[in-house]
Write a protein that binds this ligand. Structure first.
Ligand SMILES: Cc1cc2nc3c(=O)[nH]c(=O)nc-3n(C[C@H](O)[C@H](O)[C@H](O)COP(=O)(O)OP(=O)(O)OC[C@H]3O[C@@H](n4cnc5c(N)ncnc54)[C@H](O)[C@@H]3O)c2cc1C
Length: 397
């Protein structure tokens, strides 16, 4: 399986020293102490929203916000190796973690499948950070069985009238736009009657209700749509071809869901924390740390080698599932080790964050991270779903 997705990297040469010097000079100057702090303290899928937006703008101004996009659309035109090095340097320097929905998911889909008008309207605002996107796929009755979507869109002239509800919508409360799949036909196979729409969050009839996570954080929401009017011009792909669009978007985005650089941040932080309290830790904890480091190195190589010409063109349909599975499970193992290393302090309740006691605050932070990362093997397709996809691919090979 691994052999099928690995490619020779010799055709991907990079002057690493020069490139790294340029990247490090930029990070030294652009990453303020506040931005580094926000990066270090990230618990959820992106850093504190103000810091994430500021960091997004700085990368945009430098021309580095979309390293994997074609240059013609505002991308950096970097090789896979350069993107890998850049992500690793960002992690090493505690750069804030950015929201992925625009740059890493919808943008590549619009470049591939959007109309010229959609690309002209939406891509610049994704690049600049003016638009923040959320993903409206899941519904109370449609999770792993995503094709069971029942939010209905009825065409009336130049608009679709959309009614239904979306759930677990990450970042809907920060976003001004949402991409969604909705039901436009229920006469055939359930996958065939779906349509992919781009919806403005300030549309009349659309409301957002918060859902709190296990760690007490507000990251996701329920979105209600009550006769929301969406222009037909906001449809990506053909009517009733939304399933194809959604699958393509997931393939483009999934490999980036938990990139190695994200895991490396947590591993580095865990290693630093463990070094600081090494006298009270069993040697076996360091053996676990070393094993996770080796696993991360292997994961980095797998990602790098499986996507040599761009994250958008994974060589094997099962590759995004493999990367998602490996990355998220590794992420959880590192977060679990960090929590165990804190020992009794990790049991501190989250209220300890307000007590001003360094050990308890730290323990509470590590516990919150551990709780948050439990969700990583659920969102963007559960681990069971990924294993099903990989197995189906193996059986059909
Ligand atoms: C933190 C977080 C953020 C999220 N953000 C978003 C978002 O921004 N936008 C969005 O649209 N959705 C989002 N989701 C929703 C997410 O995509 C769904 O939770 C996920 O697809 C699983 O669906 P479900 O929760 O309905 O669980 P279910 O589908 O009900 O699954 C329950 C359990 O059964 C297992 N299972 C189901 N079917 C099978 C099968 N065929 N074979 C084996 N096992 C199976 C699953 O693996 C799981 O363990 C988010 C979820 C979380 C936790």
């Amino acid at each position: 399986m691994v052999a099928a997705v690995c490619k020779d990297l010799t055709d991907d040469p990079v002057d690493e020293d020069a490139f790294l010097a340029e990247v490090r000079a930029f990070l030294d100057q652009a990453l303020t102490p506040d931005l580094r702090k926000a990066g270090r303290e990230t618990i959820g899928v992106h850093s504190e929203i103000g810091a994430a937006r500021l960091w997004h703008r700085r990368l945009f101004q430098r021309g580095w916000i979309a390293p994997a996009w074609p240059v013609a659309h505002g991308g950096a035109g970097w090789t896979a190796r350069q993107r890998f090095l850049f992500d690793r340097e960002c992690a090493r320097n505690d750069a804030p973690v950015l929201s992925a929905s625009g740059v890493r998911a919808l943008g590549p889909l619009l470049i591939e499948q959007g109309t010229p008008a959609q690309r002209a309207r939406y891509l610049p605002a994704i690049l600049s950070g003016a638009d923040l996107w959320c993903q409206g796929f899941s519904e109370p009755g449609a999770g792993s069985d995503l094709a069971a979507i029942s939010t209905r869109a009825v065409r009336e002239g130049d608009v679709y009238r959309v009614t239904g509800t979306k759930v677990w919508t990450t970042g809907a409360h920060h976003s001004n736009r949402m991409f969604a799949i909705v039901r436009t036909d229920d006469t055939g196979r359930k996958q065939q009657g779906l349509t992919f729409l781009l919806i403005d969050m300030d549309s009349p009839g659309l409301t957002v209700t918060p859902i709190l996570g296990l760690a007490g954080d507000h990251e996701f929401n329920q979105v209600f749509l009550d006769d929301v009017r969406v222009p037909v011009a906001n449809r990506v792909g053909a009517e009733n071809d939304g399933w194809t669009m959604a699958k393509r978007l997931m393939a483009l985005a999934r490999s980036n869901n938990t990139p190695p650089a994200l895991v490396r941040r947590v591993l580095m932080r865990t290693a630093r924390d463990m070094a600081a309290i090494r006298d009270r830790l069993e040697p076996s904890m360091f053996a676990r740390l070393a094993r996770l480091q080796i696993a991360l190195d292997a994961y980095e190589q797998l990602e790098l080698r499986s996507l040599p010409t761009g994250r958008a063109d994974a060589a094997d349909p099962a590759t995004p599932s493999m990367l998602k599975l490996i990355g998220t499970e590794l992420h959880q193992q590192v977060a679990e080790l960090a929590m165990e290393a804190e020992g009794p302090f990790a049991a501190a309740s989250l209220q300890a964050l307000d007590l001003g006691l360094a050990d308890l605050d730290h323990g509470a932070h590590v516990t919150a991270k551990h709780f948050c990362v439990r969700a990583a093997t659920v969102y963007s397709g559960t681990s069971e779903t990924q294993r099903n996809l990989i197995a189906a691919r193996l059986l059909s090979a």
